[in-house]
Design a protein around this ligand. Sequence first.
Ligand code: PAF
Length: 280
Amino acid sequence: MKVVKTIQEAREIIAAWRKEGLSVGLVPTMGYLHEGHQSLIAKSVSQNDRTVVSVFVNPIQFGPNEDLEAYPRDLNRDMQLVEATGGDLIFNPEPSEMYPPHFTSFIDTTETTELLCGAVRPIHFRGVCTVVGKLFNIVRPDRAYFGQKDAQQLATIRRFVRDLNFGIEIVPCPIVREADGLAKSSRNTYLSPAERQAALILSKSLKLGKEAIENGEKDAKKVIEIIKANLATEPLARIDYVEVVDFENIQRVDTISGETLVAIAVYIGKTRLIDNFIIG
Ligand code: PAF
């Protein structure tokens, strides 16, 4: 397993693989890898001859008051996890390698980014799509792997890959949870022990919403009410949003039918956590 910092080094290694006729999978990450990332890497390793993992805390997807500086980083730990999971190459560029002076070109998306996180983090998806588009152009993978935990990100990346003809297969991977139900996230490390306990309210509230739908509830407003009412029982939780949207276009639905995403964002103390389920 190799770690490279420059686009040129990454391209040379990948070009040599391509000469041998090998297939390539890409797992884009911001590092501080956990079992969620590990499941993406393992999936890529099982489907491709070579797997590239990018580790890059992408500054342009963080708003001015967000946690860019505080975002956890530990490349040595990431290297061990990638190696143990069978990854072949870590691409770990500096921000200046990805964003040279006068960097002024972006991938901007509409529709799928209007609601949910897009509504409250205005520049976030432009930053995500731009860096993912750059990674696609640098690595030129056959397949790229994204977790369903960031469901709006997944829907948005699928859309720009289709709209802009990137010709890359986007492979969605299920949410990985702690034994008690909390969705794995690098940001879980921000939680104090009391907040960690309080954070269980996300998965518990979603479970109630899911059960209601499975028992025949089709009214999106009622499902939202059930989830909000349960979130309100946790004093450390502050709701950012609870939404029911169609998974393809990320637009609100009144009646639940077809592939539907039920997504929430909740502050536990100062930490903003997201979670969701997809039904249908
Ligand atoms: O999901 C993430 O970790 C990031 O948004 C991504 C896709 C690596 C882009 O920076």
